[in-house]
Design a protein around this ligand. Structure first.
Ligand SMILES: *Cc1c(COP(=O)(O)O)cnc(C)c1O
Length: 422
Protein backbone atom coordinates (compact mmCIF):
# COMPACT_ATOMS: atom_id res chain seq x y z
CA UNK A 1 0.00 0.00 0.00
CA UNK A 2 1.48 3.33 -1.01
CA UNK A 3 0.81 5.92 1.66
CA UNK A 4 3.17 8.44 0.05
CA UNK A 5 3.19 9.31 -3.63
CA UNK A 6 1.66 11.46 -6.36
CA UNK A 7 -2.01 12.28 -6.58
CA UNK A 8 -2.93 14.38 -9.60
CA UNK A 9 0.76 15.11 -10.07
CA UNK A 10 1.37 16.43 -6.54
CA UNK A 11 3.26 14.57 -3.83
CA UNK A 12 0.89 13.57 -1.03
CA UNK A 13 0.94 11.88 2.34
CA UNK A 14 -2.25 9.81 2.24
CA UNK A 15 -4.65 12.44 0.85
CA UNK A 16 -2.83 15.56 2.00
CA UNK A 17 -0.40 17.33 -0.29
CA UNK A 18 2.95 18.08 1.30
CA UNK A 19 2.54 21.64 0.02
CA UNK A 20 -0.55 22.11 2.18
CA UNK A 21 1.40 21.01 5.26
CA UNK A 22 4.40 23.17 4.32
CA UNK A 23 2.14 26.21 3.97
CA UNK A 24 0.78 25.60 7.43
CA UNK A 25 3.91 24.75 9.40
CA UNK A 26 6.90 25.75 7.30
CA UNK A 27 9.86 23.58 6.34
CA UNK A 28 11.60 21.34 7.12
CA UNK A 29 9.19 18.93 8.81
CA UNK A 30 8.73 15.25 9.43
CA UNK A 31 5.47 13.74 8.27
CA UNK A 32 4.09 10.35 9.30
CA UNK A 33 1.19 8.35 7.97
CA UNK A 34 -1.23 6.81 10.46
CA UNK A 35 -2.41 4.16 8.01
CA UNK A 36 1.19 3.31 7.09
CA UNK A 37 2.05 2.61 10.73
CA UNK A 38 -1.17 0.74 11.39
CA UNK A 39 -0.72 -1.44 8.30
CA UNK A 40 2.84 -2.34 9.33
CA UNK A 41 1.63 -3.31 12.79
CA UNK A 42 -1.23 -5.35 11.31
CA UNK A 43 1.31 -7.28 9.22
CA UNK A 44 3.11 -8.37 12.40
CA UNK A 45 -0.13 -9.27 14.16
CA UNK A 46 -1.23 -11.39 11.20
CA UNK A 47 2.20 -13.02 10.87
CA UNK A 48 2.24 -14.13 14.51
CA UNK A 49 -1.50 -14.78 14.89
CA UNK A 50 -0.93 -18.50 15.39
CA UNK A 51 1.42 -18.01 18.38
CA UNK A 52 1.38 -16.36 21.74
CA UNK A 53 3.31 -13.20 20.84
CA UNK A 54 3.65 -9.77 22.43
CA UNK A 55 4.77 -7.04 20.05
CA UNK A 56 6.85 -4.52 21.99
CA UNK A 57 7.47 -1.53 19.74
CA UNK A 58 11.12 -0.43 20.06
CA UNK A 59 10.35 3.19 20.76
CA UNK A 60 13.85 4.45 20.11
CA UNK A 61 12.96 4.27 16.39
CA UNK A 62 10.41 7.06 16.79
CA UNK A 63 9.40 8.06 20.27
CA UNK A 64 6.83 10.77 19.61
CA UNK A 65 4.05 10.36 22.15
CA UNK A 66 1.41 10.22 19.41
CA UNK A 67 3.22 7.43 17.59
CA UNK A 68 3.67 5.35 20.76
CA UNK A 69 0.03 6.05 21.63
CA UNK A 70 -1.18 4.98 18.19
CA UNK A 71 0.61 1.63 18.48
CA UNK A 72 -0.37 1.24 22.13
CA UNK A 73 -4.03 1.64 21.19
CA UNK A 74 -3.63 -1.30 18.81
CA UNK A 75 -2.31 -3.43 21.66
CA UNK A 76 1.43 -2.98 21.28
CA UNK A 77 3.76 -2.98 24.25
CA UNK A 78 7.09 -1.15 24.29
CA UNK A 79 10.78 -2.00 24.25
CA UNK A 80 12.70 0.78 26.02
CA UNK A 81 16.42 1.40 26.50
CA UNK A 82 16.50 4.23 29.03
CA UNK A 83 14.49 5.76 31.87
CA UNK A 84 13.48 8.54 29.49
CA UNK A 85 12.00 6.05 27.07
CA UNK A 86 10.30 4.19 29.91
CA UNK A 87 8.72 7.47 31.00
CA UNK A 88 7.61 8.12 27.43
CA UNK A 89 6.01 4.68 27.14
CA UNK A 90 4.15 5.12 30.43
CA UNK A 91 3.07 8.66 29.50
CA UNK A 92 1.68 7.33 26.22
CA UNK A 93 -0.43 4.82 28.13
CA UNK A 94 1.53 1.59 27.67
CA UNK A 95 0.92 -0.60 30.75
CA UNK A 96 4.01 -1.69 32.69
CA UNK A 97 3.32 -5.37 32.10
CA UNK A 98 3.81 -4.79 28.38
CA UNK A 99 7.15 -3.00 28.73
CA UNK A 100 10.51 -4.72 28.37
CA UNK A 101 13.66 -2.84 29.33
CA UNK A 102 16.71 -3.47 27.12
CA UNK A 103 19.98 -1.55 26.92
CA UNK A 104 23.62 -2.25 27.76
CA UNK A 105 24.03 -0.34 30.99
CA UNK A 106 21.01 0.45 33.13
CA UNK A 107 21.95 2.57 36.14
CA UNK A 108 20.76 1.87 39.68
CA UNK A 109 18.35 4.82 39.48
CA UNK A 110 16.91 3.61 36.20
CA UNK A 111 16.51 0.09 37.56
CA UNK A 112 14.65 1.31 40.65
CA UNK A 113 12.34 3.44 38.53
CA UNK A 114 11.60 0.43 36.29
CA UNK A 115 10.91 -1.82 39.30
CA UNK A 116 8.51 0.75 40.76
CA UNK A 117 6.80 0.90 37.35
CA UNK A 118 6.24 -2.88 37.48
CA UNK A 119 7.66 -3.54 34.04
CA UNK A 120 7.34 -6.95 32.44
CA UNK A 121 11.04 -7.82 32.31
CA UNK A 122 14.61 -6.63 32.21
CA UNK A 123 16.78 -7.85 29.36
CA UNK A 124 20.09 -8.16 31.18
CA UNK A 125 23.33 -7.57 29.33
CA UNK A 126 26.05 -8.39 31.88
CA UNK A 127 26.63 -9.98 35.29
CA UNK A 128 27.44 -6.65 37.00
CA UNK A 129 24.11 -5.35 35.73
CA UNK A 130 22.40 -8.46 37.08
CA UNK A 131 23.86 -7.73 40.52
CA UNK A 132 22.56 -4.14 40.40
CA UNK A 133 19.10 -5.37 39.47
CA UNK A 134 19.00 -7.94 42.24
CA UNK A 135 20.22 -5.42 44.82
CA UNK A 136 17.64 -2.84 43.75
CA UNK A 137 14.86 -5.42 43.86
CA UNK A 138 15.85 -6.48 47.37
CA UNK A 139 15.89 -2.81 48.50
CA UNK A 140 12.34 -2.40 47.19
CA UNK A 141 11.12 -5.78 48.44
CA UNK A 142 10.43 -6.98 44.90
CA UNK A 143 11.55 -9.64 42.45
CA UNK A 144 12.79 -8.55 39.05
CA UNK A 145 11.81 -10.66 36.04
CA UNK A 146 14.86 -11.11 33.88
CA UNK A 147 15.96 -12.59 30.60
CA UNK A 148 19.59 -12.57 29.57
CA UNK A 149 20.41 -11.02 26.24
CA UNK A 150 22.56 -13.64 24.61
CA UNK A 151 25.12 -12.70 22.01
CA UNK A 152 24.82 -15.60 19.56
CA UNK A 153 27.85 -14.55 17.50
CA UNK A 154 26.11 -14.41 14.13
CA UNK A 155 26.72 -11.91 11.37
CA UNK A 156 23.51 -9.96 10.71
CA UNK A 157 24.87 -8.98 7.27
CA UNK A 158 24.06 -5.34 7.84
CA UNK A 159 25.99 -2.07 8.26
CA UNK A 160 28.74 -2.48 10.88
CA UNK A 161 27.37 0.34 13.02
CA UNK A 162 24.06 -1.47 13.45
CA UNK A 163 25.35 -5.01 13.83
CA UNK A 164 24.97 -6.12 17.47
CA UNK A 165 25.15 -9.91 17.58
CA UNK A 166 28.82 -10.64 16.93
CA UNK A 167 31.47 -11.45 19.56
CA UNK A 168 33.22 -8.14 18.98
CA UNK A 169 30.04 -6.11 19.70
CA UNK A 170 29.44 -4.74 23.19
CA UNK A 171 25.98 -6.26 23.44
CA UNK A 172 24.74 -9.20 25.47
CA UNK A 173 26.41 -12.13 27.16
CA UNK A 174 28.55 -14.47 25.06
CA UNK A 175 26.43 -17.54 24.44
CA UNK A 176 29.18 -19.74 25.86
CA UNK A 177 28.89 -18.00 29.27
CA UNK A 178 25.11 -18.16 29.48
CA UNK A 179 24.96 -21.31 31.58
CA UNK A 180 27.11 -19.69 34.26
CA UNK A 181 25.17 -16.41 34.16
CA UNK A 182 21.81 -18.17 34.58
CA UNK A 183 23.16 -20.24 37.46
CA UNK A 184 24.26 -17.06 39.24
CA UNK A 185 20.93 -15.40 38.56
CA UNK A 186 19.02 -18.35 39.99
CA UNK A 187 20.90 -17.95 43.26
CA UNK A 188 20.18 -14.23 43.63
CA UNK A 189 17.46 -13.10 46.02
CA UNK A 190 15.97 -10.32 43.86
CA UNK A 191 15.84 -12.22 40.58
CA UNK A 192 13.15 -14.25 38.88
CA UNK A 193 14.38 -15.85 35.63
CA UNK A 194 11.66 -15.84 32.99
CA UNK A 195 13.23 -16.14 29.57
CA UNK A 196 15.96 -15.53 27.06
CA UNK A 197 16.57 -12.63 24.69
CA UNK A 198 18.52 -11.78 21.54
CA UNK A 199 18.77 -8.78 19.22
CA UNK A 200 21.33 -9.25 16.49
CA UNK A 201 21.19 -5.97 14.62
CA UNK A 202 19.10 -3.59 12.57
CA UNK A 203 18.14 -3.16 8.91
CA UNK A 204 18.50 -6.92 8.43
CA UNK A 205 17.50 -7.83 4.90
CA UNK A 206 18.19 -11.58 4.89
CA UNK A 207 16.54 -14.37 6.86
CA UNK A 208 19.68 -16.49 7.30
CA UNK A 209 21.11 -14.54 10.27
CA UNK A 210 17.78 -14.95 12.07
CA UNK A 211 17.69 -18.60 11.22
CA UNK A 212 21.18 -19.18 12.65
CA UNK A 213 20.51 -17.11 15.75
CA UNK A 214 17.17 -18.85 16.45
CA UNK A 215 18.83 -22.26 16.12
CA UNK A 216 21.35 -21.24 18.74
CA UNK A 217 18.57 -19.95 21.01
CA UNK A 218 16.67 -23.23 20.66
CA UNK A 219 19.73 -25.21 21.75
CA UNK A 220 20.23 -22.88 24.67
CA UNK A 221 16.63 -23.09 25.85
CA UNK A 222 16.89 -26.90 25.94
CA UNK A 223 20.18 -26.66 27.83
CA UNK A 224 18.92 -24.08 30.34
CA UNK A 225 15.78 -26.09 30.99
CA UNK A 226 17.99 -29.12 31.50
CA UNK A 227 19.81 -27.09 34.17
CA UNK A 228 16.47 -26.54 35.91
CA UNK A 229 15.68 -22.96 34.80
CA UNK A 230 12.21 -21.81 33.82
CA UNK A 231 12.35 -20.38 30.31
CA UNK A 232 8.82 -19.38 29.36
CA UNK A 233 9.46 -16.53 26.94
CA UNK A 234 11.83 -15.90 24.06
CA UNK A 235 12.47 -12.29 23.10
CA UNK A 236 13.45 -12.34 19.43
CA UNK A 237 14.57 -8.69 19.38
CA UNK A 238 13.88 -6.52 16.36
CA UNK A 239 15.90 -5.66 13.32
CA UNK A 240 13.79 -6.55 10.32
CA UNK A 241 14.83 -4.21 7.50
CA UNK A 242 12.77 -2.05 5.17
CA UNK A 243 13.15 -1.33 1.49
CA UNK A 244 14.84 2.06 1.17
CA UNK A 245 15.08 1.85 -2.63
CA UNK A 246 11.49 1.75 -3.85
CA UNK A 247 11.35 -1.93 -4.66
CA UNK A 248 14.99 -2.38 -5.56
CA UNK A 249 15.94 -3.69 -2.11
CA UNK A 250 13.61 -6.59 -1.37
CA UNK A 251 13.27 -7.41 2.34
CA UNK A 252 11.70 -10.37 4.14
CA UNK A 253 8.10 -9.83 5.24
CA UNK A 254 6.98 -10.28 8.85
CA UNK A 255 5.19 -13.44 7.64
CA UNK A 256 8.45 -14.94 6.33
CA UNK A 257 10.22 -13.92 9.51
CA UNK A 258 7.47 -15.53 11.62
CA UNK A 259 7.82 -18.71 9.61
CA UNK A 260 11.51 -18.93 10.51
CA UNK A 261 10.75 -18.24 14.18
CA UNK A 262 8.04 -20.90 14.26
CA UNK A 263 10.16 -23.50 12.50
CA UNK A 264 13.19 -23.01 14.77
CA UNK A 265 11.48 -22.18 18.08
CA UNK A 266 7.81 -23.14 17.85
CA UNK A 267 8.29 -26.57 19.45
CA UNK A 268 9.54 -25.00 22.71
CA UNK A 269 6.09 -23.72 23.70
CA UNK A 270 7.40 -20.31 24.75
CA UNK A 271 5.72 -16.96 24.46
CA UNK A 272 7.42 -14.78 21.83
CA UNK A 273 8.29 -11.19 22.57
CA UNK A 274 9.07 -9.11 19.45
CA UNK A 275 10.85 -5.77 19.44
CA UNK A 276 10.36 -4.27 15.98
CA UNK A 277 11.20 -0.60 15.54
CA UNK A 278 12.19 0.41 12.03
CA UNK A 279 9.86 -2.05 10.29
CA UNK A 280 6.82 -0.51 12.03
CA UNK A 281 7.49 3.16 11.40
CA UNK A 282 10.37 3.57 8.93
CA UNK A 283 8.44 3.47 5.69
CA UNK A 284 5.59 5.47 7.21
CA UNK A 285 7.57 8.70 7.46
CA UNK A 286 9.13 11.33 5.23
CA UNK A 287 11.22 14.43 5.76
CA UNK A 288 10.15 17.41 3.68
CA UNK A 289 12.55 20.24 2.94
CA UNK A 290 12.61 23.22 0.64
CA UNK A 291 15.15 24.17 -1.99
CA UNK A 292 17.11 27.25 -0.93
CA UNK A 293 19.58 27.49 -3.78
CA UNK A 294 20.62 25.63 -6.88
CA UNK A 295 24.39 25.95 -7.03
CA UNK A 296 26.26 24.97 -10.13
CA UNK A 297 29.77 23.69 -9.40
CA UNK A 298 32.27 22.83 -12.08
CA UNK A 299 31.32 19.14 -12.03
CA UNK A 300 28.23 18.89 -9.88
CA UNK A 301 24.98 20.74 -9.51
CA UNK A 302 24.09 21.07 -5.83
CA UNK A 303 20.53 21.22 -4.70
CA UNK A 304 20.86 22.95 -1.35
CA UNK A 305 17.83 22.37 0.84
CA UNK A 306 16.81 23.69 4.25
CA UNK A 307 16.90 20.25 5.91
CA UNK A 308 20.30 19.09 7.10
CA UNK A 309 22.25 16.31 8.75
CA UNK A 310 21.31 17.59 12.20
CA UNK A 311 17.66 16.95 11.31
CA UNK A 312 18.30 13.59 9.68
CA UNK A 313 21.55 11.85 10.44
CA UNK A 314 21.19 8.49 8.70
CA UNK A 315 22.88 9.34 5.39
CA UNK A 316 25.99 10.77 7.07
CA UNK A 317 26.06 8.31 10.00
CA UNK A 318 25.33 5.04 8.22
CA UNK A 319 25.94 5.92 4.55
CA UNK A 320 22.22 5.24 4.27
CA UNK A 321 20.50 5.51 0.93
CA UNK A 322 17.12 7.24 0.95
CA UNK A 323 15.04 7.85 -2.13
CA UNK A 324 14.39 11.50 -2.80
CA UNK A 325 11.35 12.78 -4.65
CA UNK A 326 10.25 16.12 -5.98
CA UNK A 327 6.96 17.76 -5.17
CA UNK A 328 5.64 17.52 -8.73
CA UNK A 329 6.00 14.54 -11.00
CA UNK A 330 5.56 16.87 -13.98
CA UNK A 331 7.16 16.42 -17.35
CA UNK A 332 9.76 19.09 -16.77
CA UNK A 333 13.28 18.49 -17.92
CA UNK A 334 15.23 16.42 -15.48
CA UNK A 335 18.60 17.18 -14.00
CA UNK A 336 21.18 15.31 -11.92
CA UNK A 337 21.79 16.81 -8.47
CA UNK A 338 23.76 16.25 -5.32
CA UNK A 339 21.18 16.97 -2.65
CA UNK A 340 22.86 18.66 0.32
CA UNK A 341 22.00 20.62 3.46
CA UNK A 342 23.37 23.95 4.70
CA UNK A 343 25.40 22.61 7.64
CA UNK A 344 29.16 23.19 7.63
CA UNK A 345 30.15 19.56 7.08
CA UNK A 346 30.84 17.71 3.86
CA UNK A 347 28.92 14.80 5.40
CA UNK A 348 25.79 16.94 5.19
CA UNK A 349 24.68 15.20 2.01
CA UNK A 350 21.35 13.43 1.47
CA UNK A 351 22.05 11.95 -1.93
CA UNK A 352 24.63 11.87 -4.72
CA UNK A 353 23.76 12.07 -8.41
CA UNK A 354 20.00 11.99 -8.02
CA UNK A 355 17.89 12.59 -11.07
CA UNK A 356 14.97 14.89 -10.32
CA UNK A 357 12.74 17.18 -12.36
CA UNK A 358 14.51 20.52 -12.66
CA UNK A 359 14.29 22.34 -9.32
CA UNK A 360 14.06 25.99 -8.37
CA UNK A 361 14.34 27.80 -5.04
CA UNK A 362 11.14 27.34 -3.07
CA UNK A 363 10.36 23.87 -4.45
CA UNK A 364 9.80 21.08 -1.96
CA UNK A 365 11.81 17.88 -1.89
CA UNK A 366 10.84 14.72 -0.06
CA UNK A 367 13.27 12.32 1.62
CA UNK A 368 11.55 8.97 1.94
CA UNK A 369 11.85 6.20 4.51
CA UNK A 370 12.50 8.73 7.28
CA UNK A 371 10.01 7.51 9.87
CA UNK A 372 12.55 5.55 11.92
CA UNK A 373 15.83 6.87 13.38
CA UNK A 374 14.99 10.25 11.91
CA UNK A 375 13.65 12.85 14.28
CA UNK A 376 14.83 10.86 17.33
CA UNK A 377 18.46 11.27 16.28
CA UNK A 378 18.19 14.97 15.49
CA UNK A 379 20.39 17.54 17.18
CA UNK A 380 20.56 21.31 17.20
CA UNK A 381 24.04 21.45 15.64
CA UNK A 382 24.72 24.81 13.97
CA UNK A 383 22.06 26.20 16.36
CA UNK A 384 19.27 24.92 14.18
CA UNK A 385 15.93 24.32 15.88
CA UNK A 386 14.52 20.78 15.95
CA UNK A 387 11.95 20.35 13.19
CA UNK A 388 8.26 19.74 13.82
CA UNK A 389 6.48 16.42 13.35
CA UNK A 390 3.13 16.02 11.64
CA UNK A 391 0.80 13.02 11.57
CA UNK A 392 -1.48 12.56 8.58
CA UNK A 393 -4.75 10.66 8.79
CA UNK A 394 -6.71 10.47 5.52
CA UNK A 395 -7.24 14.05 4.40
CA UNK A 396 -6.34 15.59 7.73
CA UNK A 397 -3.11 16.33 9.48
CA UNK A 398 -2.06 17.36 12.94
CA UNK A 399 1.19 18.76 14.31
CA UNK A 400 2.34 16.22 16.91
CA UNK A 401 5.45 18.13 17.89
CA UNK A 402 5.73 21.88 17.50
CA UNK A 403 8.72 23.67 16.07
CA UNK A 404 10.57 25.30 18.97
CA UNK A 405 11.79 28.86 18.51
CA UNK A 406 15.28 30.23 18.93
CA UNK A 407 14.62 31.55 22.41
CA UNK A 408 13.73 28.00 23.57
CA UNK A 409 17.08 26.86 22.27
CA UNK A 410 19.35 29.70 23.35
CA UNK A 411 17.49 30.12 26.64
CA UNK A 412 18.72 26.74 27.86
CA UNK A 413 22.16 28.24 28.36
CA UNK A 414 22.95 30.02 31.60
CA UNK A 415 24.94 33.25 31.33
CA UNK A 416 28.29 33.06 33.06
CA UNK A 417 29.91 35.99 34.79
CA UNK A 418 33.50 36.06 35.92
CA UNK A 419 33.95 35.97 39.71
CA UNK A 420 34.80 39.35 41.25
CA UNK A 421 38.48 40.07 41.15
CA UNK A 422 40.27 40.01 44.54
C1 LIG B 1 17.19 -0.89 18.40
C2 LIG B 1 16.65 -2.09 19.05
C3 LIG B 1 15.49 -2.71 18.56
C4 LIG B 1 14.78 -2.24 17.31
O1 LIG B 1 15.52 -2.46 16.17
P1 LIG B 1 14.88 -2.20 14.72
O2 LIG B 1 15.99 -2.49 13.79
O3 LIG B 1 14.47 -0.79 14.68
O4 LIG B 1 13.73 -3.15 14.58
C5 LIG B 1 14.99 -3.80 19.24
N1 LIG B 1 15.61 -4.28 20.35
C6 LIG B 1 16.73 -3.71 20.85
C7 LIG B 1 17.35 -4.27 22.06
C8 LIG B 1 17.28 -2.61 20.22
O5 LIG B 1 18.40 -2.05 20.71
Amino acid sequence: MAVFGYRKGKYCAEKVSVRRIAQSCGTPFYCYSRSGIEAAYADYVAAFAACDALICYAIKANSNQSIIGLLGALGAGADVVSEGELRRAIAAGIPGDKIVYSGVAKTATEIEFALRSNIRQFNVESEPELEQISAAAVRLGKKANVAFRINPDVDALTHEKISTGKVENKFGIPWQSAGKAYARAAAMPGINICGIDIHIGSQITHLEPYSLAFERVAEMVEQLRGDGHTISSIDLGGGLGIDYRNGAEPVPTPAQYAEVAMSKLGHLGCQFILEPGRSLVGAAGILVGRVIYVKRGSQTTFLIVDAAMNDFLRPSMYDAHHSISSESDGNEKSQVYDVVGPVCETGDTFGHERTLPQQSPGDLIIIEGAGAYGSVMASTYNTRCLVPEVLVDGNEFKVIRERPDYSDLIGLDVPWEPPDAG
